[in-house]
Ligand binder design. Structure first.
Ligand code: PLP
Length: 419
């Protein structure tokens, strides 16, 4: 694509955008003067689909009118509500329906998965993680190591980029796994690093892990609804994600989980159990003999929050209608256009630390600001740009294909480079 730096180019791109009608399906926050903000914060909290209200109101109405009977007689019976999301979730992450479920939240699901997949022994007890992964993942991983009676000092391998580089090379990950693999019990990577925006090569990391008999899991917080994922084909062992970022499920939305089909019937996998993982036909016999659902639903503990499922369902309906392939096509153009405008402005105060290879990134670009970055961030916010600041020196911006436009990107770059 030959991008141009004048506004008419952006407007032309918007008018020929096959997804342009989708912006209108979202509430775009307004500036004081009533104009839309430039919302580049979808990597942190996605916007509200206008349809959410009616999806949630339907459940409020059934609760109001029929209360307890809603479990079986609501328009969308609550007993099976989570199943209404299964096929769409599977298409979203490239899984088969038995492999996905929406439950709990990301960090909780991480722990539930580690119960099953982190099974350290005297000789194989290490967890491989990116040194700069999200803090919650570090806390969780450290606590898992300690829970199993091991020492974080000797059981955690934190991988850094090479000196002078911002992102990790896949060949270095492969080399480390090959070298240290016999002592590694679990590989835990982000799909997309929250800080740099680097998308990792799922299939190569998974292959390298499996060659050494190591289970491989991914945190998809910044990948779900952003990348065109193929979790099943890549043979990933397990993954968890949140639904409040690119997935637009609302603040604190219910999380998602994937477990590869290969593991679903493995009765030897340790698991924490609750009644929502028990065989559906006999669940209400209320006896104490546990029979597992033969899908990832057996990792469920509690009956799920219906209002949260309803708001996620509204968003999944939109994702399913558009499809990740078309979303990704537009996303690549939008982010490439943003990168083009930043480079066109030949400035010496911003460095894009996100990889320039489109296969190694999603929507987000992370801009390292040489000095007074916080001032620049504040100026952007005051000018009606919503993005975020990550200490010590990075502004993260994410043009999201469902609701951002090429004009948003153009205006953002005008504000960024205005004196
Ligand atoms: C990469 C990543 N992992 C984990 C989390 C924690 O998510 P939760 O609060 O849903 O457990 C976040 C939250 O933003 C995140 O960005």
């Amino acid at each position: 694509m030959n991008f141009k730096s004048d506004k008419s180019f952006a407007l032309k791109m918007d008018s020929s955008d096959p997804l342009k009608s989708y912006r209108d399906k979202f509430h775009i926050p307004k500036k004081c003067n009533g104009e839309d903000v430039i919302y580049f914060g979808g990597n942190s909290l996605g916007l509200q689909p206008k349809s959410v209200r009616s999806y949630v109101e339907q459940e409020l109405l059934d609760w109001e009118k029929i209360a307890l009977a809603g479990h079986t007689d609501a328009k969308n019976p609550w007993l099976t509500y989570h199943e209404f999301l299964t096929d769409q979730t599977a298409r979203l992450v490239g899984a088969i329906p038995e492999e996905v479920v929406n439950m709990n939240s990301l960090s909780v699901n991480l722990h539930l998965m580690f119960v099953s997949f982190y099974r350290p022994t005297k000789t194989r007890h290490k967890i491989l993680i990116e040194a700069k992964s999200f803090p919650s993942d570090h806390y969780a991983v450290q606590s898992q190591i300690k829970f199993h009676g091991f020492d974080v000092e000797t059981s955690l391998i934190e991988m850094n980029p090479r000196d002078g580089e911002d992102t990790i090379r896949t060949e270095d990950i492969e080399e480390l796994i090959e070298r240290e693999g016999d002592s590694i019990a679990l590989i835990w990577f982000a799909g997309v690093n929250y800080y740099t925006g680097q998308a990792f090569e799922f299939d190569r990391i998974t292959k390298a892990g499996h060659k050494k008999n190591i289970p491989v899991g991914f945190d998809l917080a910044h990948a779900a609804g952003n990348l065109n994922l193929k979790l099943h084909d890549w043979d990933i062992d397990f993954a968890v994600w949140c639904n409040y970022k690119y997935m637009n499920g609302g603040p604190g939305a219910i999380g998602g989980a994937f477990v590869n089909e290969r593991h679903l019937k493995d009765e030897s996998l340790p698991k924490f159990l609750g009644w929502w993982g028990h065989d559906k036909k006999t669940r209400f016999l209320m006896d104490h003999k546990y029979i597992s659902i033969p899908t990832v639903e057996s990792w469920q503990l509690s009956n799920p929050p219906i209002l949260q499922l309803a708001s996620l369902k509204a968003s999944l309906d939109i994702f399913d209608e558009v499809g990740m392939k078309s979303l990704r096509e537009k996303s690549e153009l939008l982010t490439n256009y943003l990168e083009f405008l930043i480079h066109e402005n030949k400035n010496d105060f911003i460095k894009i630390i996100t990889p320039s290879n489109i296969n190694e990134r999603g929507c987000q670009l992370s801009l390292r600001v040489k000095s007074n970055g916080k001032d620049l961030y504040n100026r952007l916010m005051q000018s009606g740009v919503v993005c975020d600041w990550r200490e010590p020196d990075v502004i993260r911006v994410a043009p999201v294909p469902l609701y951002n436009t090429f004009e948003d990107v153009f205006k953002f770059s005008e504000i960024l480079f205005s004196k």
